[in-house]
Design a protein around this ligand. Structure first.
Ligand code: 0X9
Ligand code: ZN
Length: 304
């Protein structure tokens, strides 16, 4: 049983996923995609009502940045709604599969609970040096225009891109998972906080993707649903043009390399608290944005 008035630790999240798999064997399958640098198990939950892997799918992750705690909470809420409240949300799972990884940076997430609330990066150390600074910004570490823009090669930087692209095992695991399911996955959603942005590629250049109007229109529809549920309006556009240029992000990679055309970064509401959204505001935040998630899901259902 899960409630949305507290933030959960990584081990608690994994236990919840295990419980769902036991309780809902016809709806839920777990796939362990590998271990983090500090050997935490990374589990993708597949939510599917059938179709033998031939249905269009949505890939969701959260928690690539450690301190953005509302992101794993959002992913968990989607899981809870699609599984434990499936009767009310069956239109989202009757023709579409969902793959959800709640915490893409489990080591950093735990570190932000135990040692440094404002930790952002992974927790890896460069093996060949005595470098004191640990961690890579996993959202600068993907192999697409890596290090071209808005990233640092200085290990102590908060936007350190890593010794090489895909140096981080956590990113390797989600890359391999996405590649293995790329024919099925039609939409990628990666949750962050904060600032209320709905961003789409590119983050490495101010140039627009050829299908930007589709991305823009879908984001506007999502935003309208979020606002109708009582949420604020988000800023919508490409990462570079609306926020800042930053290459090596997961959203750019999923679109530019894996070929998932519909790829979005969601910067959830944390106002006015920054990253430290009080637990009492988890529920209103995730329930409102779930209305946007419905729009994403329906779009996949109707267009693929
Ligand atoms: O800088 C980031 O990685 C994201 N913002 S955050 O404040 N959560 O750190 C924005 C990423 C947008 N996407 C790309 N730049 N590719
Ligand atoms: Zn982030």
């Amino acid at each position: 049983e899960i409630s949305f008035n507290q933030y959960y630790r990584h081990s608690e999240i994994n236990i919840y996923l295990e419980e769902l798999a036991v309780q809902y064997p016809d709806l839920v399958q777990l796939e362990s995609i590998g271990l983090s640098y500090e050997n935490r198990e990374m589990v993708v939950i597949k939510i599917s009502t059938g179709g033998n892997g031939n249905r269009p799918a949505v890939l969701v992750d959260g928690g690539i940045h450690a301190r953005e705690w509302i992101a794993p909470a959002m992913a968990l809420y989607i899981i809870q709604q699609l599984v434990e409240n499936n009767a009310a949300n069956s239109d989202l799972t009757d023709e579409v599969d969902w793959y959800i990884l709640p915490v893409l940076n489990p080591d950093g997430y735990e570190y932000s609970h135990t040692s440094d609330r404002m930790w952002r990066k992974s927790r890896s150390a460069i093996p060949t040096t005595t470098q004191v600074c640990r961690g890579v910004d996993q959202n600068r570490n993907y192999d697409f225009h890596w290090m071209e823009n808005g990233a640092s090669d200085y290990p102590c930087s908060e936007i350190y891109a890593g010794e090489e692209a895909f140096s981080e095992p956590e990113n390797q695991h989600i890359r391999d998972f996405a590649e293995a399911h790329k024919d099925q996955i039609k939409l990628y959603l990666t949750f962050h906080s904060y600032g209320e942005y709905l961003l789409y590629p590119w983050g490495y250049t101010s140039a627009l993707p050829s299908d930007w109007q589709t991305l823009q229109a879908l984001a506007e529809e999502v935003d309208d649903a979020h606002a109708a549920a009582g949420g604020n309006h988000f800023s919508i556009g490409t990462s570079t043009n609306v926020l800042y240029a930053a290459a090596g992000g997961s959203d750019d990679y999923m679109k530019g390399v894996v070929g998932i055309d519909l790829s979005f970064t969601v910067e959830l509401t944390d106002t006015p608290y920054g990253f430290e959204l009080p637990a009492s505001l988890i529920e209103p935040t995730v329930t409102r944005f779930f209305e946007g998630v419905r729009v994403f899901g329906r779009h996949v259902k109707e267009n693929f």
